[in-house]
Design a protein around this ligand. Structure first.
Ligand code: PRP
Length: 183
């Protein structure tokens, strides 16, 4: 990894401006849809932290926020969809209008598990908002209500998304040079 992260980026997929415009658009749509509701934005850490922060500020209706974290039980179970909750929600979501905020919907295994878990807590409504959607990788069906961009099956980093916990602070979404992860 270079000290200048730009040297590890093959090309920019979504610029800062494109991201900003899309976040504003989704924020406006949510503001319209959640008039008079009891909105709770629930961010699934860590990848969604930057999108969450920008999206919350693009929404004009009152809302509360909460955070949770989940990890799959190693690579073999990524296919089975077994998910461990490493940080649970703190707010009682019963009767709340919950939007789960994610950076990327990939295989759908984590999200289909999480959505099922949350649904059992009896929210008034439950929807998913993901900035990126990689449909080519889907293994489990998940309803995506608010979608930013469909992306190809490439190694994307930045705007919250990592490779080996790095690159999350890039202000755009870029494709990593293969030599970075094939070492
Ligand atoms: C990513 C992403 C979702 C999940 C989606 O998180 O933020 O939570 O994977 O994958 P799926 O659709 O295949 O289930 P990751 O496990 O990389 O953790 P991170 O958010 O801490 O980077």
């Amino acid at each position: 990894m270079h000290q200048n992260m730009m040297e590890d980026i093959d090309h920019i997929l979504l610029s800062k401006e494109e991201l900003q415009a899309k976040v504003a658009e989704i924020g406006a749509q949510i503001s319209k849809d959640y008039q008079g509701k009891n909105l709770l934005l629930l961010s699934v850490l860590r990848g969604s932290f930057i999108f969450m922060a920008d999206l919350a500020r693009a929404i004009t209706v009152p809302l509360s926020v909460d955070f949770m974290s989940a990890s799959s039980y190693g690579s073999s179970t990524k296919t089975s969809g077994a998910v461990k909750i490493t940080k649970d929600i703190d707010i009682d979501i019963e009767g709340k209008d919950v939007i789960v905020v994610e950076d990327i919907l990939d295989s759908g295994l984590t999200l289909s598990f999480l959505m099922g878990l949350l649904k059992a807590k009896k929210p008034a409504s439950l929807h998913l908002c993901a900035l990126l959607d990689k449909p080519e990788r889907r293994k489990a069906e998940v309803n995506l209500t608010y979608k930013g961009f469909t992306v190809p099956d490439e190694f994307v980093v930045g705007y919250g998304l990592d490779y080996d916990e790095k690159y999350r602070n890039l202000p755009f979404i870029g494709v990593l040079k293969p030599e970075v992860y094939s070492k």
